[in-house]
Design a protein around this ligand. Structure first.
Ligand code: UN1
Length: 503
């Protein structure tokens, strides 16, 4: 019998009310059951929110540098357990061990950044328009945050949200993806241990609460709960719109990181070998299951045939398998339904006029692969910018190759999508590089780099339907997790009237 895991509510590991569980299985080997995780209820969310609300009144008064000490210990513990976390993450969601180590490292980087931010969280001051008066402004915490996170970066993405939120003095109700509960469990276990170690007898229960379960129940309740003050969500555009709509009714602050349809441009003067490595990594790394994945390759006509030929040869050699085995390049799709979506898009691509399937386009089920949700790396050539496979997010190992004849045309093609997360251009022409940086409409642009691989201390997010204008990562995220409070101190000893007495 697989181990039964619990929720963390009000500082205690507890069973879900109703006693129902969801199985967590290895997508590379469906017979491997990792554990049973709570299928929690609205009641569980309500208990967690009440605990977080009560904890907020204490946690907001813990000095920010002390909150930083907690995050420092969290980073240290993650570092000590890095290989174990990565191994289990590969087991529950499929991407290869090197990548799950990278995912964990991104969380460690975020922890140390947040820990040091505890000694900054700078405010601003400005001169008063009146004599003998001082104007200051401070960042203050907001309250209880609801955090709804995806399965593709089960460690990094929760840390992008939880760590800055906690350092700013907010408390948390965390609902991880149903497909990656184990990584979430380990993260929360580490945070809770660090809280105990740093706060000792002053430990505050309920600062972080973990509620596993289904999005339609737990996510929905977080979105409409009157005592949740802010929500941070990463996932599909459709779900993001739903959350925004529901949460908007009670004027919650909402940060959304949604879909992408990222492209890599390769100009005729580019270093082709470099561009080739980048597109292989960007398109097929994480089995294409990143918001930042390269799902379109925009190739200059002068190098089109030559580059495409090399790409097909190299992509055809990628080794599929269980990501914890040595020598494996590409893991499975995360679930049966994800693989089905990928295959549906491949059928759409095949039926679209003149797109040519030049690699893959089917399940991979030879030998040891038959127990998992594997899909062959897939390339469509001669794709036209208006085709569905060139515009819609697929979230799988499928690359659409589009021909271009100029920089202007390439940038127009790149921008021809409702999303705007990541983008890349390979060129050795400095003027073209700067023009592309200026004209590409995306939150992230790489010059001579793949579309994936954002660093934890830089602003992360996108334009158009990729989000709602917020950024994660780096210094920018601290604006989301705080309110500005303006303070006026009048030491003139008389009533001074702004806008009136001086003018
Ligand atoms: C995501 O796919 O949602 O930039 C996050 C990258 C990673 C994060 C991706 N550091 O590809």
């Amino acid at each position: 019998m697989a181990e039964k895991y619990k929720n963390l509510i009000n500082g205690k590991w507890v069973e879900p009310t109703g006693g129902k569980y969801i199985e967590n299985r290895n997508p590379a080997n469906w017979d491997d059951v990792i554990g049973l995780y709570p299928a929690s209820t609205v009641e569980d969310v309500d208990t967690a929110v009440a605990a977080a609300k009560a904890a907020f009144e204490k946690w907001r008064l813990v000095p920010a540098p002390k909150r930083g000490d907690v995050l420092k210990i969290v980073g240290d513990k993650m570092l000590t357990r890095k290989d174990e976390i990565a191994f289990e993450m590969t087991r529950e969601m499929g991407k290869v061990f090197a990548e799950t180590k990278g995912d964990t490292q991104e969380g460690i980087d975020t922890a140390y950044y947040a820990a040091s931010e505890g000694r900054r969280l700078f405010g601003l001051n400005a001169p008063s328009e009146l004599p003998n008066k001082m104007n200051l402004s401070f960042r203050v915490p907001i309250g209880v945050g609801g955090f709804i996170t995806p399965w593709n970066f089960p460690m990094a993405i929760p840390t992008w949200k939880l760590f800055p939120a906690l350092i700013c003095g907010n408390t948390a109700v965390f609902k991880p993806a149903e497909l990656t509960p184990k990584t979430a469990h380990t993260l929360v276990e580490i945070i809770d241990e660090a809280m105990h170690e740093v706060l000792g007898r002053d430990y505050i229960p309920g600062v972080i609460n973990l509620v596993h379960g289904k999005g339609s129940i737990i996510g929905e309740r977080i979105s409409n709960h009157p005592d949740i003050d802010l929500i941070s969500f990463t996932g599909s555009t459709a779900v993001g719109k739903r959350i925004n709509e529901v949460a908007g009714a009670s004027l919650k602050r909402v940060s959304l990181e949604l879909g992408g349809k990222n492209a890599q441009i390769v100009m005729d003067d580019a270093n082709q070998e470099l561009a080739l490595e980048a597109v292989l990594w960007g398109a097929f790394g994480t089995t294409g299951q990143r918001c930042t994945a390269t799902s379109r390759l925009i190739l200059h006509e002068k190098i089109y045939d030559e580059f495409l030929e090399k790409l097909i040869a190299r992509a055809g050699k990628l080794k599929l398998g269980y990501g914890n085995d040595k020598g494996v390049d590409v893991g499975p799709c995360v679930s049966e339904s994800q693989r089905k979506t990928v295959d549906e898009y491949v059928q759409i691509g095949k039926n679209e006029d003149k797109a040519k399937l030049v690699l893959g386009g089917e399940f991979a089920s030879d030998g040891t692969l038959k127990g998992g949700w594997f899909y062959k790396p897939t390339i469509f050539a001669d794709v036209k910018p208006e085709m569905r496979i060139a515009k819609e997010e697929i979230f799988g190992p499928v690359l659409a190759v589009i021909k271009t004849n100029s920089l202007e045309d390439a940038v127009n093609i790149l921008n021809n999508t409702k999303y705007g997360l990541s983008s890349s251009i390979f060129t050795n022409n400095v003027n073209d590089a700067f023009r592309a940086v200026r004209d590409i409409r995306a939150g992230i642009t790489y010059v001579n780099g793949a579309t994936i691989g954002a660093e934890a201390h830089m602003p992360f997010g996108g334009v158009k339907e990729t989000g709602n204008g917020h950024r994660e990562g780096g210094w920018t995220v601290y604006d989301f997790y705080t309110e500005w409070k303006a303070v006026y101190i009048d030491y003139s000893g008389k009533l001074q009237r702004a806008q009136i007495d001086n003018y």
